[in-house]
Design a binder for this molecule. Structure first.
Ligand code: SAH
Ligand code: AVI
Length: 331
């Protein structure tokens, strides 16, 4: 990562990049994504404004969305033994969101009087500020800080490792393209010292009907979450999308072992995105891909970790093998 001069601000929440650079990056990524053919794309990190993060929180409570409660149960049973094995002084989390699960680790570290620091890296700055303030109030013995940034490009903003346990929960690793995982794991290894650990939540390959239901919930919350990306483009790039022109689509591709979320034009659409310097025309039925959510097995995940400097030390699953917590150790 390159840190722009003056990009970071004093205080517990810093920006990995200056606001103008982040805006220019968004404009470029959206322009490049929408130019892709046959399937235009939008980066899924732009779901998460205030409304998008609140919708994701609602998704985590849906009956069809088994991921959050399954991972929480795994961590409730194993956070203690993970802390026991890693003996961290600092907890770091990528894409920390509302930051509920991190508390299981913080409690275990506090009980061992080991808790010195917490650092959260999150793209939604407002959410991050709230999480940092809440954690600082509840864990006054620790130095809690936040970095507003992108976990693909800004990992170096975490600073060097040493006594660090890095968390990447919720199956968010699945939102990266599988081809990008080896480079991602190498950059994670670069912010860990030998002996540090990286705990990754992994949604597992399973019955396609179960996966389909999790991304096509009966209450329509996932549909609202998907459409929210258009509202974010309207707000941040001055675009003129009418979300009513689109419908939510999510399906499992068994060959690729991933869920794809798309927005399908209900009618011919022309939208203008002045801040990105592009217009988009879609015929009725044409689609924009908004998210990949890749599902892994132990083998398919491990093959992407190979050569990164990290090794798989523990693979913990629930009894139904819906979700796994992969504990990777920096060599
Ligand atoms: N860790 C939380 C939230 C997971 S949702 C949990 O376990 O429930 C994914 C989170 O990652 C969201 O808070 C979102 O804002 C953040 N996020 C998504 N893409 C990101 C990116 N590229 N860089 C940083 N944060 C990102
Ligand atoms: C954050 N991430 C792991 C979620 C997922 O399941 O891929 C985002 C999400 N997309 C639709 N529903 C939830």
């Amino acid at each position: 990562m390159s840190q722009a001069p003056g990009a970071s601000r004093p205080g517990p929440v810093q920006r990995a990049r200056a606001a103008e650079e982040a805006r220019a990056t968004m404009a470029r990524e959206v322009r490049e994504g929408l130019a892709r053919r046959p399937l235009p794309e939008l980066p899924c990190k732009y779901f998460y404004d205030e409304r998008g993060s609140a919708l994701f929180e609602q998704i985590t409570r849906l009956p069809e969305y088994y991921q959050t409660r399954t991972e929480t149960a795994i961590l409730e049973a194993h956070a203690e033994s993970i802390v026991e094995a890693v003996v961290p002084r600092e907890l770091a989390e990528l894409g920390s969101g509302a930051g509920h699960k991190i508390r299981l680790f913080l409690d275990a570290m506090r009980a061992r009087r080991r808790l010195e620091g917490v650092v959260l890296l999150e793209i939604n700055e407002a959410y991050l500020r709230e999480s940092v303030a809440r954690l600082q109030a509840d864990f006054p013995e620790a130095r809690v800080r936040g970095v507003t940034g992108d976990f693909v490009h800004d990992l170096a903003a975490l600073g060097p490792g040493g006594g660090r346990l890095l968390l990447f929960l919720a199956g968010t690793v699945g939102n990266l393209h599988p081809d990008d995982l080896p480079a991602f794991f190498r950059s994670a290894a670069a912010v860990l010292a030998p002996g540090d650990a990286f705990l990754v939540g992994v949604d597992l390959v399973k019955d396609p009907a179960r996966l389909h239901a999790a991304y096509n919930d009966a209450a329509g919350v996932t549909a609202e979450f998907n459409l929210n990306i258009l509202r974010v483009l309207n707000q941040r790039l001055g675009a003129d999308f009418d979300p009513g022109d689109f419908e939510h689509r999510a399906f499992y591709d068994p060959q690729r072992q991933w869920i794809e979320m798309r927005l399908r034009a209900r009618r011919p659409v022309t939208a203008h995105l002045p801040a990105a310097g592009v217009s988009l025309s879609l015929a009725q039925g044409e689609e924009i891909r908004t998210e990949l959510s890749c599902k892994y097995t132990r083998e398919s995940l491990e093959s992407r970790v190979e050569g990164s400097g990290l090794v798989l030390e523990r693979w913990i699953t629930d009894a139904g093998e819906l979700f796994a917590s992969a504990l990777l150790r920096r060599r």
